[in-house]
Design a protein around this ligand. Structure first.
Ligand code: SF4
Length: 395
């Protein structure tokens, strides 16, 4: 029986929104019914001081009791239709307390009354309890399930993710959501140095995900921010893998605020990702054909440009012209959004139409100073083409 300190809180607002979309988890809005996490993953970024989570991260769980009511109020006043993501790097919406609190379930019921695309990242099979509601949302506006899994054996999983769902249950969860034709992604992160980051281990995991026919697999290495997160993780290595302690200490010896390991390791692991995925028919980012139509077109272009830079960079293709044009597009978009936020009478359609007119009048080239990219964006927006991340062709 797990013991938690339940702390009921009543925040004034729940939905967070950035000026620009999150290009990683593909969302524009996000919220968490809980703060802190009973899954107690030993590498969790949420342990870092940066997030100001008070108390014992694994046990003192803040329960945002009024989340469903706040959602009703805030969803009604959103001015742009775009995906909303549930959970954050510092809590899981289906952590153990959800079984009895049913707060995420109530939030799901609220969301099912609206038409926003929704996505969840979880390590728990408890989400299966609510699969009918997520399917209802998917039929209306799209639902994406992202499951994070880097362990194949229960022994390791129990050491690093003691209260998250067992490996088999997480795979079964993906299978059930796939059966109902919802979008599913596997997050193969964080790969633990010398424990799960070996080629053999990665290939085995990828094979399993491919058999499940997930829509994308996102690999990622471990980051350890100096302070509590790093201390907690190192303690686990000391207890269970003392022979790896020197190596791991060396990898994170720079104590970067970002938690990044040494550059040489990042280079090596990125090369490994590239080689491993090179011949596989599966994207390592949320693919364009799945998010097209979910975001306002101005955000779609922003996401696409970021993904293209990542794709080309990981393949060793020079990206400086693309990077320059991207910076110009980003400046344009940020200043347009400032106007949008000030002028409450302006709608998403107004800003979309503005961009369409700019493209049709051949004025985009004056903003991004790149003829080739201008033509590319014309194909995406005016001719409704999709950029295939694997072949790198328009389809
Ligand atoms: S499930 Fe996610 S948020 Fe919860 S402890 Fe694990 S990594 Fe952190």
């Amino acid at each position: 029986m797990l013991n938690f300190e339940k702390i009921y809180v009543y925040p004034k607002s729940i939905i967070k929104k950035g000026i620009l979309p999150d290009t990683y988890f593909l969302g524009k809005y996000r919220f968490s019914p809980y703060q802190a996490c009973g899954h107690a993953c030993k590498y969790c970024d949420g342990r870092a001081e940066k997030y100001y989570v008070e108390g014992n991260f694994e046990k003192d769980i803040r329960i945002r009791k009024n989340a469903p009511d706040l959602l009703v109020k805030e969803l009604t006043s959103l001015r742009e239709i775009a995906p909303i993501r549930i959970s954050s790097g510092i809590s899981d919406a289906y952590q153990p307390l959800e079984k009895t609190e049913k707060l995420t379930l109530r939030c799901a019921e609220v969301l099912s009354e609206y038409t926003l695309p929704v996505g969840i990242l979880t390590k728990s099979s408890l989400i299966l309890r609510d699969i009918d509601i997520w399917q209802k949302i998917h039929q209306k506006s799209n639902f994406t399930l992202m499951v994070s899994l880097t362990f194949l054996d229960e022994k390791k999983r129990k050491i690093f993710e003691p209260h998250a769902s067992p490996v088999e249950e997480r795979l079964l969860t993906l299978q059930e959501f796939k059966k109902r034709k919802m979008v599913c992604g596997a997050l193969m992160m964080p790969l633990i140095p010398q424990i799960t980051d070996t080629n053999k281990y990665m290939i085995k995991l990828i094979e399993i995900f491919c058999d499940l026919k997930v829509d994308f697999i996102m690999p990622g290495y471990l980051t350890l921010r100096p302070g509590k997160q790093k201390e907690d993780f190192i303690q686990i290595i000391k207890n269970y893998y003392p022979e790896k302690l020197d190596f791991i200490n060396h990898l994170y010896s720079n104590n970067r605020f970002s938690g990044n390991p040494l550059y040489s390791y990042r280079q090596q692991i990125n090369k490994q990702f590239k080689e491993t995925f090179a011949h596989l028919p599966i994207p390592t980012q949320y693919p364009h054909h799945l998010y097209k139509g979910q975001f306002p077109i101005y955000d779609e272009i922003f996401i696409l440009l970021v993904h293209m830079m990542e794709l080309y960079q990981s393949s060793g293709i020079p990206i400086s012209p693309l990077k320059k044009s991207f910076a110009k597009y980003k400046n344009w978009l940020e200043s347009e959004k400032k106007i949008f936020n000030r002028k409450r009478s302006m709608t998403q359609k107004d800003l979309e139409n503005k961009l369409i007119t700019i493209i049709q009048d051949n004025k985009l080239v004056e903003i991004i100073e790149n003829q080739k990219l201008t033509s590319f964006i014309y194909q995406i927006i005016i001719n409704h083409k999709v950029f295939d991340y694997q072949t790198r062709k328009l389809i």
